[in-house]
Design a protein around this ligand. Structure first.
Ligand SMILES: Cc1cc2nc3c(=O)[nH]c(=O)nc-3n(C[C@H](O)[C@H](O)[C@H](O)COP(=O)(O)OP(=O)(O)OC[C@H]3O[C@@H](n4cnc5c(N)ncnc54)[C@H](O)[C@@H]3O)c2cc1C
Length: 248
């Protein structure tokens, strides 16, 4: 589990397992998703013998795939994360990436704490304005909820009526509300996401999340993600880039 920034928790909860078929002469110096990606790549020509020294190891073979852009092989292996303490603003942008599978805390659940943007939190005056705005939104939510629940008290489907009341009242809650989400993606999708969202142009909260995910993926599958270099910008935040990431 990685506490990546104030309140954000990035936790790897699922990974690929690989079992080599017993009737194929395949052995490698890696396990899990990295081994599976290599197996898939070698299966294309049944090239189980390791004739070329540069690609004889798992790291050498996968680096070659990254260099030539043979990325479909990376789609066999996946990683699942449980992310907490990120804003709905960020998950809204995350969900634009169509090759992931998602399960997110229902927006009809009780209101959550907020994730204050770092740029606002760094300034005491702006921080105070932010806190005031959040408190006002919460008061408006409670008022609306009261009104909606009173209007729905005579309905027999109490549980559904409460959900529907929360679903209408939430319209005034801020995008900064904290949420939690399970995200599953294959290695290729993760590389594409990090390539787009760990850049300086990306939203800062999403960029910090992308860099934190990269750090976890580099631990999990270094031969697939080590080409990304993490660096620090003048404002102290991080960014990451790879020489091999294009359109994927
Ligand atoms: C800095 C930044 C600013 C942004 N600003 C805005 C904004 O103002 N408004 C806005 O709406 N969005 C914005 N976006 C979101 C962006 O336009 C994409 O929707 C999002 O990043 C998903 O990435 P993707 O298009 O690569 O698709 P992904 O879903 O991540 O798919 C990965 C790749 O698969 C391929 N692919 C997926 N689906 C298809 C398809 N249907 N047809 C063909 N190829 C496909 C493409 O090669 C694609 O690049 C922004 C993104 C960034 C990084």
């Amino acid at each position: 589990m990685v506490p990546a920034q104030s309140g954000l928790i990035v936790q790897l909860i699922g990974r690929t397992e690989f079992t080599a078929p017993q009737d194929v002469p395949f052995e490698t110096d890696a396990v899990g998703g990295q081994a599976l990606a290599e197996f898939a790549g070698r299966s294309i020509y049944s090239s189980w013998e390791r004739a070329v020294p540069a690609t004889a190891s798992n790291s050498g073979f996968l680096l070659h795939l990254l260099q030539v852009g043979h990325l479909s092989v990376l789609e066999h292996s996946s990683a699942t994360f449980y992310l907490r303490g990120l804003s709905r603003s960020v998950t809204h942008e995350f969900l634009r990436h169509r090759h992931f599978s998602y399960s997110e805390l229902s927006p009809r659940a009780e209101p959550q704490d907020v994730v204050e943007p770092a740029a606002i939190g760094a300034d005491p005056v702006l921080h105070q304005r932010f806190q005031t705005a959040v408190a006002q939104a919460r008061t408006a939510y409670e008022d609306l909820l009261d009104g909606l629940q009173q209007a729905g008290t005579s309905r027999p489907d109490g549980s559904l009526a409460r959900k529907q009341a929360r679903q209408a009242a939430r319209a005034v809650l801020p995008l900064a509300q904290s949420t939690a989400i399970v995200v599953t993606g294959n290695y290729r999708a993760w590389r594409h996401f990090i390539g787009m969202r760990a850049t300086e142009a990306a939203d800062v909260e999403l960029r910090m999340l992308a860099v934190a995910l990269l750090a976890e993926l580099q631990r999990e599958a270094p031969h697939v993600f080590a080409d990304f270099r993490i660096s620090t910008l003048a404002d102290g935040t991080s960014t990451a880039a790879s020489p091999y990431v294009g359109d994927g």
